[in-house]
Design a protein around this ligand. Structure first.
Ligand code: ADP
Length: 466
């Protein structure tokens, strides 16, 4: 980027200078040539007048030619060139070089000139200009002859060459200046980015607890802010991962510790009665079951953490699915005389992963029974519109304190740890539910009032969105 930036600065800085110098040179050349031609035409006019006044082209008398000779030789001298004067028969009367007098001039320009057509020709290769000017009598507009001026313009090109050399020097000076300025500017603009890149490199070495300095340009500040925000998220994720691992170990260790205590106490009593053995073995069995439940829940959670590629989508009758779940849970509800009601507003068929959705809804209804009062009620309802279906699970249970409502979906979170353990809760149920719903691109919300009851609402698209 540094190099590209420098290149852009150099090109942008140097191109206008070079264009300006080139345009100036060609403007000088055309201006100087124009001026030279107009000067020559001015002198040609004077000579023409002299010739016409002396009637030289008609009489061809050498006595009247002295003024003309003086004037043409002066002009030819000053402008370093040759002047030829021919009569209407293209016979050369005057040649300042004295080479062709008396001969007949044959050229296309001369023939056209005698017909009244003046012309000018600039030869930049040989560096001369040639003017063909008819000598016309103003009174009759008759062409009496022709004047041909051929003059060197090498001094114009000499000046142009000198200017070119000087301009090249100026361009070289500018080039050096612009390159230095470009390097300095590029370094100045790149520096904050390099600093940011160096900090990011340190991050990739694993120093996640370091934050980027939010300084430099507005853009680098934005980037640093975005990276810092990302770091915050990574840090939070890392913390929650560590917390999860320590929670998992703790949760898995608790039943094992209990079993160890139970078996140790049996071992320490060699003559313990069979009843005690039976009682302790039942307790050990319960702990094993609990351990099993935690492991199963963890496995479900891991499955739910995977990508949507793991989804086993099929068209499922949701009414039937809910009926099945309720049928399975009804005996548990009946044990505590809890009324379990299902309300379906319409038949719903949707594209879902049946196993995952069942697990999610099962957890909600199981919780509604678990955290309920004896003789209470649980209502499950199903509704749909053209895009989503909605499942609502309401209960008349203990409710969730407001401050806990944000945390209930976290892994291992339980409002009342002791009570939850009694009821066999692992604190993973709602995490599994939420992940399952999110994998369906759905949403879950909770409304609850302590000691009055809780309502969970779930919204899932009818058609699975990849
Ligand atoms: P658990 O295995 O402990 O039930 P969950 O993740 O399913 O774990 O629920 C987390 C916590 O949310 C529970 O410990 C409980 O305190 C609270 N909770 C969940 N559902 C309800 C409900 N319907 N009524 C009251 N509290 C609930």
């Amino acid at each position: 980027m540094k190099f590209q930036m420098m290149l852009v600065f150099v090109v942008m800085g140097l191109a206008p200078v070079l264009i300006f110098l080139r345009v100036s040179l060609s403007a000088y050349q055309s201006q100087a040539l124009e001026q030279r031609i107009s000067e020559l035409k001015y002198h040609a006019n004077i000579i023409s007048n002299l010739i016409l006044n002396s009637n030289f082209l008609v009489t061809k008398e050498s006595s009247s030619a002295s003024d003309i000779n003086l004037e043409i030789s002066q002009v030819a001298d000053v402008y370093k060139g040759r002047i030829i004067i021919v009569d209407e028969n293209l016979c050369i009367l005057k040649d300042t070089y004295g080479l062709e007098e008396g001969k007949t001039l044959i050229s296309e320009e001369a023939v056209l000139g005698i017909q009244g057509k003046s012309s000018s020709y600039i030869d930049t290769e040989s560096e001369y200009v040639e003017l063909v000017l008819p000598i016309t009598k103003p009174s009759s507009q008759e062409n009496e002859g022709l004047m041909i001026m051929s003059f060197s313009i090498s001094n114009i090109f000499e000046i142009k060459d000198a200017l070119t050399a000087r301009f090249r020097l100026i361009a070289a000076f500018f080039a050096v200046f612009i390159v230095i300025a470009a390097i300095m500017t590029a370094l100045y603009f790149i520096h904050p980015w390099e600093k940011t890149a160096a900090s990011v490199e340190r991050l990739s070495d694993g120093y996640f607890d370091e934050y980027l300095a939010e300084s430099g340009f507005t853009e680098t500040i934005h980037v640093a802010k975005a990276i810092n925000e990302m770091l915050n998220k990574i840090q939070k994720l890392e913390n929650s991962r560590q917390e999860f691992v320590s929670n998992v170990s703790h949760e898995l260790k608790t039943p094992i510790t209990s079993m160890k205590v139970l078996s140790d106490s049996l071992v320490s009593q060699p003559d313990a009665p069979v009843e005690l053995y039976r009682e302790f073995m039942l307790d050990i069995g319960a702990e094993i079951e609990r351990e099993n439940k935690i492991i199963n829940d963890l496995l479900s959670l891991v499955k739910m953490d995977k990508t949507s590629g793991e989804m086993n989508i099929a068209s499922v009758n949701i009414n039937e699915l809910l009926e099945m779940i309720l049928k399975r849970l009804r005996p548990i509800a009946q044990k505590r005389n809890i009324e379990l009601v299902f309300e379906s507003f319409r038949p719903v068929t949707a594209e879902v992963d049946e196993v995952k959705l069942s697990l999610a809804v099962n957890n909600l209804i199981e919780n509604a029974i678990k955290y309920n009062y004896d003789d209470g009620w649980v209502r499950v309802s199903l509704n749909a519109d053209h895009k989503f279906f909605y499942i609502k699970v309401s209960d008349s249970g203990v409710g969730i304190p407001e401050e806990a409502q944000d945390n209930i979906f976290e892994r291992f979170y339980r409002v009342d740890k002791a009570h939850s353990r009694e009821t066999g809760g692992t604190g993973l149920g709602l995490s599994i539910t939420r992940n399952a719903i999110l994998m369906h691109r759905g949403a879950i919300k909770v409304y609850s009032k302590e000691k009055e009851g809780t309502t969970f609402t779930v919204r899932v698209p009818l058609n699975y969105i990849l």
